[in-house]
Write a protein that binds this ligand. Structure first.
Ligand code: HEM
Length: 505
């Protein structure tokens, strides 16, 4: 049978197609992708996140390994759960993985993500990050606020002492820790406590709403065509309202600073607050670039959103673990009381030699990193990670909670044992990837030193001045350890304890 001449074209096309597939395409088939749990149409793996995503992802990583590729809606999400993989992301590929995924909520609440935490990697982020690192949170600047920290910690101790005298001697420690960090951050950032003054807006509540909204899952970030759901459930209206209230509040704070300086009430010997510093930068005094008013406001909101809940959450977990481990509490009290000798009050300068205190804080951050999944990053180029191909624009989640409990790095990893840090150089500053509660690399937390000194001082003074016990009848091993929900994971229920003032101190 004679075939028509063009029938020869068919095998030729098949051959060319085959060559093309072999040499020129980048299909998933050829690329080695990380293992993935099965996904559902439209939502991908979102249904597998549960109410505690760090725990659900931990379970999945035990099945699929320390590098997994999931999909949240249509968005590819890399989940990293081992020391080696975390080091690859935050050190080897740090530049490529230093962007942030777009957040519609941050765009709305933080002036188009003009803050530092949600800003994508690029020149703008580099500029404002340098403002934060060198002008707001440098070691020198953090030290300059020691009076504020010491004063506010004394206020908290006095309030707790007062609470001990009342008929119900149960103290809500969360409430005290939340006020302490809120007051410190407010005085440092705004120059005064935000619940003082004649503002018509309840700033404390509104800033709380900001944190809550930034942590709310936004379907539009992952399945854009379902964004209309946010309108129906009222999320859009709520976020618009909160954004407006925050803006009015911040404008009043800025005006207050402008008027104060005009009247010459500004005292140069006092530590400048963040608004003062940012206004100087705005006027081009300190940097080669000028800062827009929206950027100033976004940065101030960032400091509240990133610094308040995280810091008091850590303090609450620290006291929780100490109440569960009376032996560790006693050992800490002995160290602090011995080093304090007969001083009426511990000062920040006394903290340097409190090695067990530092170990207690590290051990708690290992077991309870306040942001267990850190802040999501996004890759800006294709990378190869431990043999797997990861495409540009993949969201990257690092499970610091799993890494902190990894039996390959930690002996008896589930046990609270501060002694493990006594003869160890492991620190939380982002150089030891087995302990990364503050992240690491270019995007690592710039508030680490600030948070640590607040926690150290508060803890030292608490155990110096009081003996703590659990509510009557509650055994240490029965203390409820259930976690709440949100980005910062605190205890589900506030920590209640009996505080007895220690007469000799
Ligand atoms: C115990 C308390 C704190 C914890 C556990 C914590 C944790 C973190 C983490 C995990 C990140 C993301 C790191 C990464 O992506 O690798 C972060 C970022 C950040 N933190 Fe903290 N933080 C704390 C306190 C603070 C404080 C007190 C401030 C400010 C006063 C602060 C300001 C920031 C800012 C501005 C960022 C964004 C940095 C960027 O994206 O470039 N944090 N923090």
């Amino acid at each position: 049978m004679d075939l028509p001449w063009y029938s020869l074209l068919i095998p030729l096309f098949v051959f060319i197609f085959f060559l093309h597939q072999c040499f020129f395409t980048t299909s998933n088939y050829q690329k080695k992708l990380p293992p993935s749990p099965k996904k559902l149409p439209i939502i991908g793996n979102l249904h597998q996140l549960g109410s505690h995503p760090h725990r659900s992802l931990h379970k999945l990583s035990q099945k699929y390994g320390p590098v997994m590729l999931l999909h949240f809606g249509s968005k590819p999400v890399l989940v990293v759960s081992s020391v080696d993989a975390a080091r690859e992301i935050m050190k080897t590929h740090d530049i490529v993985c230093s962007s942030r995924p777009k957040s519609r909520m941050a765009d709305r609440l933080l002036y188009g993500s003009k803050d530092v935490a949600f800003s994508p990697y690029g020149e703008y982020w580099r500029q404002i990050r340098s403002v934060v690192v060198f002008h707001l949170l440098s070691n020198k600047r953090v030290r300059s606020y020691h009076d504020i920290r010491e004063e506010e910690t004394s206020n908290m101790i006095e309030k707790i002492r007062h609470g001990c005298d009342s008929s119900s001697s149960l103290i809500d420690l969360r409430d005290h820790f939340c006020s302490l960090t809120g007051n410190i951050i407010s005085r440092v950032a705004l120059g005064r406590k935000y619940d003082e003054g004649k503002s018509t807006i309840n700033a404390k509540v509104t800033i709380g709403e900001l944190g809550e909204l930034l942590g709310t899952f936004n379907i539009g970030d992952y399945i854009p065509w379902l964004e209309w759901i946010n309108k129906i459930i009222g999320l859009d209206t709520k976020s618009e309202k909160v954004a407006k209230k925050l803006d009015t509040f911040l404008e009043s704070v800025i005006e207050e600073h402008i008027n104060r300086n005009k009247k010459g009430k500004y005292n140069t010997s006092e530590a400048k607050d963040f608004v003062d510093i940012l206004r100087e930068i705005q006027n081009g005094k300190e940097t080669s670039f000028s800062l827009q008013r929206d950027s100033l406001k976004a940065l101030i909101l960032d400091i509240f959103a990133a610094g308040t809940d995280t810091t008091y959450t850590a303090l609450e977990w620290i006291m929780t673990e100490l109440l569960r481990h009376p032996r560790a509490m006693k050992k800490l009290q002995n160290e602090v009381r011995e080093l304090a000798q007969d001083k009426a009050e511990i000062k920040e300068d006394d903290l340097g030699n409190m090695h067990y205190l530092k170990a207690v804080i590290k051990e708690t951050l290992r077991l309870h990193p306040p942001i267990p999944l850190l802040v999501p990053r996004e890759s800006i180029e294709d990378i190869k990670l431990l043999g797997y191909n990861i495409a540009a624009k993949t969201q990257v989640i690092i499970n610091a909670w799993t890494i902190g409990r990894d039996p390959l790095s930690w002996k008896n990893s589930e046990e609270f044992h501060p002694e493990r840090f006594l003869n160890s150089n492991i620190d939380v500053k982002g150089l030891n990837f087995e302990l990364i509660p503050f992240g690491a690399g270019r995007r690592g937390c710039p508030g680490t030193a600030f948070a640590i000194v607040v926690n150290e001082l508060a803890l030292a003074r608490l155990v110096h001045k009081f003996n703590f016990a659990l509510p009557k009848g509650l055994k240490p091993e029965d203390l409820d350890m259930t976690e709440g929900n949100g980005v910062a994971i605190r205890r589900k229920l506030p920590l209640l304890a009996v505080a007895t003032p220690c007469s000799t101190y």
